[in-house]
Design a protein around this ligand. Structure first.
Ligand code: ITT
Length: 171
């Protein structure tokens, strides 16, 4: 049985649903992992996987990367969500025409042989001008994926079809 180690129940629930469609069952390990300070999601995940003394384990580091802010909040997404939040992000983008952003997920998987594998998923989109919708979590109310009108928080079915997490997990 594969365990998904994350302190974030929403991430687990999304992953559980996505993997179920591929007949893969997972279990939640409701613990955070130690995150090094780094510029990239890949380095965070690689270092964390090495520090975890378990096989058959999935971890994920995800973030929102906003073009006009040179990729901010990126690897600092958790801290920024907990501090300035979505309203703070909208404020930073006030009067900004370029609202392009992407969500990135990097999944680390240590298989039954103890081999470490990394998978990446990206969804491009833009930042809404106000928060919209109540589903999902985190930055979902301000993220509109390319080709759609709604935010992830307005249509969770659409999120689960298009998301960075879904792409990384399917890989
Ligand atoms: P773990 O590290 O314990 O897995 P976490 O919530 O810190 O839990 P991340 O570091 O991957 O998870 O996420 C960084 C931030 O980005 C965090 O504030 C999330 O709420 C946000 N985030 C990640 N994926 C998201 C998604 O699909 N939709 C909206 N916000 C998301």
């Amino acid at each position: 049985m594969i365990h998904f180690m994350t302190s974030n129940k929403h991430k687990y629930q999304e992953a559980e649903k996505i993997l179920k469609n591929h007949k893969i069952e997972i279990k939640w390990l409701p613990e955070g992992y130690e995150e090094i300070q780094s510029d990239t999601l890949e380095e965070v995940v690689t270092a964390a996987l090495k520090s975890i003394d378990k096989d058959q384990i999935i971890i994920e580091d995800a973030g929102l990367f906003i073009k006009a802010l040179s990729g901010f909040p990126g690897v600092y997404s958790r801290f920024i969500e907990d501090t300035i939040g979505n309203e703070g992000i909208l404020n930073l983008l006030k009067e900004q025409d370029n609202r392009k952003a992407e969500f990135i997920s990097v999944i680390g998987f240590k298989n039954e042989k103890g081999e470490e594998l990394l998978f990446k998923g990206i969804v491009k989109g833009e930042i809404a001008t106000k928060t919209r919708g109540k589903e999902g979590f985190g930055y979902d109310p301000i993220f509109i994926p390319e080709g759609e009108d709604k935010t992830f928080a307005e249509d969770i079915g659409m999120k689960n079809r298009l998301s960075h997490r879904k792409k990384a997990l399917e890989e």
